[in-house]
Design a protein around this ligand. Structure first.
Ligand code: KDG
Ligand code: MG
Length: 404
């Protein structure tokens, strides 16, 4: 079999998605997600200008060799643009291989290790009463576990407050320049234990709760927050410190038994070397889409498993249904699955990317369609053109740019 065509489709059914479609001489096609929120066109160009010309004429079955050729052959390694582009190729080739075998992808990854994939959904509110309503709504939708985020008294706009899983913030970000959010670490640190106290009082001790600090704390601040939240028995505290400082997590770990998750902005296993080998975290958060695809993520999970660390694949609305499907196949297959983040998509996005995977009462299943089980409605995709959109920038009260 040979690759005879490959193209990049950029579409915006409410938010921007970048999809690679590879076609073979036997008529099989494969899809890969290359969406990098706020930097979509750079990945599209990387694929279009530098990767697709190298793919034409090659054997789609040689996934590992193609991956290594793109990673090592470029000489310039790692980084989100490069790794999102390689991820799209990797997933599209796995899609083709699984279709050629007539099997759903999870069967090529070792088969099912479980019947269904547990998820967490997002609840948020500008204040605690609004958050409690949002938690109630997620429970009613069947989510077994819930991430909680709130506004902080005195701050105008805080990360995650409008991310309730129904893409509430996507259109707001469709601007030529990033929105500005504000931040005050001391105010957040005073407020967050009250939030957990209120949620535990209302919903009891059993509901698994997660929280995302979105890289905004120093190691000693993160240690304080993680310690203060211990009575509320979190499922995990996510991204408590800036992700690039692996040693910072050592200090946090020394002070707390709150489980820690990190890695949504990581691109390779090298970002995790210290974290995993020293058991400084409990969950790895990388997405198929930003980590170079199914091939390296499977290797990461196997490395993590040796240290009793589990998966928690990043699954926000800015991973397309193609990237989500690839994640669900991995979730079903690996032994050290932890949890899958899942927010769902707008109706229009579901129509652009019809898929075999299902979400039923808070649990996902990849379905039994050969390949990853996602199609691309190219006519509908073409009718919704790319719109510039940026993630926000975060500033302290005096105007200083802070981690977002
Ligand atoms: O594009 C950025 C989002 O994917 C990210 O902010 C979402 O932190 C996030 C999460 O945990 O889903
Ligand atoms: Mg996060």
């Amino acid at each position: 079999m040979k690759i005879v065509d490959a193209k990049v489709v950029v579409t915006s059914p409410g938010r921007n998605f970048v999809t690679l479609k590879i076609t073979t001489d036997e008529g099989l096609t494969g899809l890969g997600d290359a969406t990098l929120n706020g930097r979509e066109l750079s990945v599209a160009s990387y694929l279009q200008d530098h990767v697709i010309p190298l793919l034409i004429g090659t054997d789609p079955h040689r996934i590992e060799d193609t991956w290594q050729g793109l990673y090592r052959g470029a000489y310039w390694r790692r980084g989100p643009v490069t790794m999102a582009a390689i991820a799209a190729v990797d997933v599209a080739l796995w899609d083709i291989k699984a279709k050629a075998a007539g099997l759903p992808l999870y069967q090529l990854l070792g088969g099912a290790s479980r019947e269904r994939v547990g998820t967490y959904g997002h609840a948020s509110g500008t204040d605690i009463p609004e958050l409690l309503d949002s938690v109630r709504a997620r429970i009613a939708e069947g989510y077994p576990s819930i991430r909680i985020q709130t506004g902080v008294p005195g701050l105008k706009a805080v990360y995650g407050v409008h991310s309730t899983g129904h893409d509430g913030d996507a259109v707001a970000h469709q601007q030529a320049r990033p929105m500005v959010e504000d931040w005050d670490t001391a105010a957040y640190m005073r407020h967050i234990p009250e939030v957990f106290e209120a949620v535990r009082n209302e919903f009891g001790p059993e509901l698994p709760l997660l929280h995302d600090a979105h890289h905004r704390l120093t190691p000693i601040q993160a240690a304080r927050v993680a310690k203060d939240l211990e009575p509320y028995r979190l499922f995990w505290l996510e991204d408590c410190t800036p992700a690039e400082d692996q040693e910072g997590l050592r200090l946090v770990r020394q002070h707390t038994t709150t489980p820690l998750a990190i890695g949504e902005v990581f691109n390779t296993v090298y970002d995790y070397q210290t974290l995993i080998s020293e058991k400084l975290i409990d969950y790895v958060r990388s997405a198929v889409t930003h980590f170079g695809g199914v091939s390296p993520l499977k290797k990461l999970f196997d490395f993590a498993a040796q240290h009793q660390i589990k998966s928690g694949i990043h699954g926000p609305e800015d991973i397309s249904p193609v990237g989500m499907a690839a994640a669900i196949h991995l979730d079903l297959a690996i032994h050290n699955f932890g949890i899958q983040e899942y927010s769902g998509y707008t109706q229009l996005t579901e129509e652009v990317f019809p898929h075999a995977y299902t979400f039923t009462n808070g649990y996902l299943h990849p379905g039994e369609a050969p390949g990853i089980g996602v199609e691309l409605n190219e006519d509908l995709a073409a009718a919704h053109e790319y719109k510039a959109a940026y993630l926000p920038v975060n500033r302290l009260q005096d105007g200083t740019v802070h981690d977002w």
